[in-house]
Write a protein of this length. Structure first.
Length: 155
């Protein structure tokens, strides 16, 4: 990606108007995500905003093709603990890049942005869950595999 492209795909925080720029459709490329009404989006957005810097959702907008579409996103939640001298841990979630622009380092930029935020917030580590096939991507982003994920679904 050249410097012009770099400028056109910069990372910023999610804005309330991003629902109309394909943010939900992008999340649908990641997992099951029904359409979200304007009202429901605003309510959830305000709820998340109350956490301030402890819950950051970032996006990249495609200004290159003038589509203005949201083409990449990811989030990080800052967990406050008692262990490790009341340490903090960053949890990265919901990382996805639009299928039309994968392989252009956008995913890595999202992960770097979220990791930098966690570091700046005083976290001693940042962690995430991923599929086996995405391990090489996260290794390229400086992560290493450790332990396993356990889950219990309620629905
Ligand atoms: C996984 C995903 C976010 C990667 O985004 P991306 O923008 O295509 O990745 P990048 O271009 O930033 O890749 C960075 C590096 O990782 C490598 N990489 C990316 N995905 C890879 C994969 N599945 N296997 C091997 N290497 C991979 C790239 O080749 C690149 O290597 P390089 O720096 O040597 O050129 C994207 O493929 C995606 O959205 N997938 C569907 C949703 C998903 O699985 N999200 C993750 C949930 S945990």
């Amino acid at each position: 990606m050249d410097s012009v492209e770099e400028e056109m795909f910069h990372v910023r925080k999610l804005e309330i108007s991003d629902r109309n720029k394909g943010f939900i459709e992008l999340l649908q490329q990641l997992t099951v995500c029904d359409s979200v009404s304007e009202e429901a989006f605003q309510e959830r957005y305000q709820e998340i905003a109350k956490y301030g810097d402890d819950h950051l959702i970032c996006v990249m907008q495609d200004n290159k093709h003038n589509s203005g579409k949201i083409v990449a996103t990811g989030s990080v939640f800052i967990e406050k603990k008692f262990i490790r001298n009341c340490g903090k841990v960053g949890h990265i979630e919901d990382v996805v890049v639009d299928s039309s622009v994968r392989g252009k380092q956008l995913g890595k930029k999202i992960i770097d942005f979220l990791s930098d935020h966690a570091r700046a917030m005083g976290c001693y580590k940042v962690i995430l869950d991923c599929s086996l096939e995405n391990i090489p991507f996260y290794e390229k982003c400086g992560f290493k595999q450790k332990e396993v994920q356990m889950v219990k679904y309620f629905i």
